[in-house]
Design a binder for this molecule. Sequence first.
Ligand SMILES: O=C(O)c1cc(=O)[nH]c(=O)n1[C@@H]1O[C@H](COP(=O)(O)O)[C@@H](O)[C@H]1O
Length: 275
Amino acid sequence: MKFTDTLAAATRRHDSLLCVGLDPEPSRFPGAWKGDAERIFDFCAGIVDATKDLVCAFKPQIAYFHAHRAEDQLERLMAHVRRVAPGVPVILDAKRGDIGATAEQYAREAFQRYQADAVTLSPFMGFDSIEPYLRWDGKGAILLCRTSNPGGDDLQAQTLQGGEKLYERIARLAAGEWNRGGQLGLVVGATYPAEIARVRELAPTLPLLIPGVGVQGGDAEATVRAGLRPGGPIVVNSSRAVLYASAGDDWAAAARRVADATRRQLGVAAATSVV
Ligand SMILES: O=C(O)c1cc(=O)[nH]c(=O)n1[C@@H]1O[C@H](COP(=O)(O)O)[C@@H](O)[C@H]1O
């Protein structure tokens, strides 16, 4: 099944635009697990179990695993999601970008080793750095376009010859000549709703991965209004606000509460904004 179809089905089934980001930080783990990197799998699996019926996707961030030599725990986690949440797509957040030959290895890592449904990529090195991912039938490749961080302006807001901004060029290419197999999506930060709206104009049907609600302070309602269109899906990610909703024994229940509140907030915005 294609990433976009899996995503659409999970969005419908769970009535959810929410993606829970899996960014495990052992120093923030609850109780006796605090500081124990051997518990990365247990912690993330607990979050997955507590939220799996509330989300349209999960997004593990690879650095949080690799920094702790926890690649094996990430592999187990991917298998766990497939087992307990079949049909919920997993976006591996790796933000890769390299020459074609190296990109082939990164694609193998994401799609074969980790069995991800989609991966985040930096488009900085151009189409030949993206193309190896598109050889994997049905898999998604989500390109950084207008990122949520303040420094995103440094390059992405630069005006190119012809008057277009860099992030606009990325959106145009991803919606057009680069999207040969219909596998591309774009990352746009919830912290920049005006840019979300502009990207949506340029890429009416691409899935938009929108991080930045929760701890980064992005406005969930403005995000939905700017990004969601009929035939133009969005995936709104929240990581820390869900993962660390409580450091007590109730951490999993608290994560569920925050995830459900965010899901409902997004749902209300969707019901009142999509024409
Ligand atoms: O590609 C991403 O997921 C991403 C892009 C971006 O522009 N901003 C951004 O915060 N992210 C990721 O989204 C997550 C945001 O985490 P929270 O701020 O805790 O919700 C982190 O895993 C970031 O690496």
